[in-house]
Write a protein that binds this ligand. Structure first.
Ligand code: COA
Length: 277
């Protein structure tokens, strides 16, 4: 897993005593989020398809002095999601936080995308987020409230050429975020989203950018001058799950160094004639 490289801006007891369930917690963003939540006092349930990915993250969580429960889970299976919630309650007695980080994606022309490929991504991203959220809802409610954070993406707002499956599914997740924020607000459950741009050191970056050699072009378009890190994304999740965000629900926070705000036009500045004498 990726070690936390920056000192945390948050107090180490930010989430003391809380129980967090993280899907896709074995790799990339999900692993970094799990580590960050543990570093700030939460015990973690790590759930994803491959146990081999989860074990090292669990060891890291334990090294941070927190408990870790590892569960193999395909979020497309709603009954399996319910079982993981039951096992979490058996072990910890409550659930306070859910991070829906499980995802799948690959580049493909829409005209050539197989039905199975479309379904695989939409079912993991959209159905999986719904399945896990619905499964965890009674536990969050019975814990007196809690927080759900969904991982979306910057291309939800712009369209997603060559990622039609992922773009459509993530757009659905954003809408679901807003809907559940309203439906479950009365139970003290906040539902928010984090939309990362290209995150360095992730499978997404390798599959969607490095494999076709567009990372340098992308970096050029980032107004703040660098790709975002897993730590940047995890810090935003920490904020949203913390009491600092106790009146924030139904929002999506973009973490992309400003790239989606017209970064493609950034280079124009160097070509514009200056009016300075
Ligand atoms: N290009 C084109 N089609 C692809 C593909 C790729 N890179 N990867 C998967 N597919 C297609 C498969 O060909 C299959 O369709 P087909 O039988 O009609 O050919 C379909 O998607 C399902 O693939 P399969 O691997 O059987 O499904 P899965 O449920 O095990 O995998 C995926 C899910 C598709 C998301 C897979 O890419 C995956 O597991 N990825 C790992 C996680 C990930 O993507 N992380 C990055 C997040 S940004």
């Amino acid at each position: 897993m990726t070690p936390e490289t920056q000192p945390s801006p948050f107090q180490p007891n930010l989430l003391a005593g809380q129980i967090a369930l993280v899907t896709g917690g074995g790799t990339g963003i999900g692993a970094g989020i799990s580590q960050a939540l543990a570093r700030h006092g939460a015990d973690i349930v790590l759930a994803s398809r491959r146990r081999a990915h989860l074990e090292p993250v669990a060891a890291q969580v334990q090294q941070l002095g927190r408990e870790a429960l590892v569960r193999e889970l395909d979020v497309r299976d709603s009954e399996a999601c319910e079982r993981v919630v039951e096992q979490t309650l058996d072990r910890f007695g409550r659930i306070d936080l859910l991070v829906n980080s499980a995802a799948g994606n690959f580049l493909a022309r829409a005209a050539e995308l197989s039905e199975k490929g479309w379904r695989a991504v939409v079912e993991i991203v959209l159905n999986g987020t719904f399945n896990m959220s619905q499964a965890v809802y009674p536990a969050l409610r019975d814990s007196g409230g809690g927080s759900i954070v969904n991982i979306t993406t910057t291309y939800v707002g712009s369209g997603a050429p060559f990622m039609a499956h992922s773009g459509a599914a993530k757009a659905g997740v954003l809408n679901l975020t807003r809907t559940l924020a309203v439906e479950w607000g009365g139970d003290g459950i906040r539902v928010n989203a984090v939309a990362p741009g290209l995150v360095e050191g992730t499978e997404g970056a390798r599959r969607l950018a490095e494999s076709i050699g567009v990372v340098d072009d992308y970096r050029e378009r980032v107004p703040l001058g660098r790709l975002v890190s897993i730590d940047d994304v995890a810090a935003t999740v920490l904020f949203l799950t913390s009491d600092a965000a106790s009146q924030i629900t139904g929002v999506e926070i973009t973490v992309d160094g400003g790239e989606s705000l017209g970064g493609a036009f950034k280079q124009l500045g160097s070509r514009l004639p200056s009016t300075e004498a």
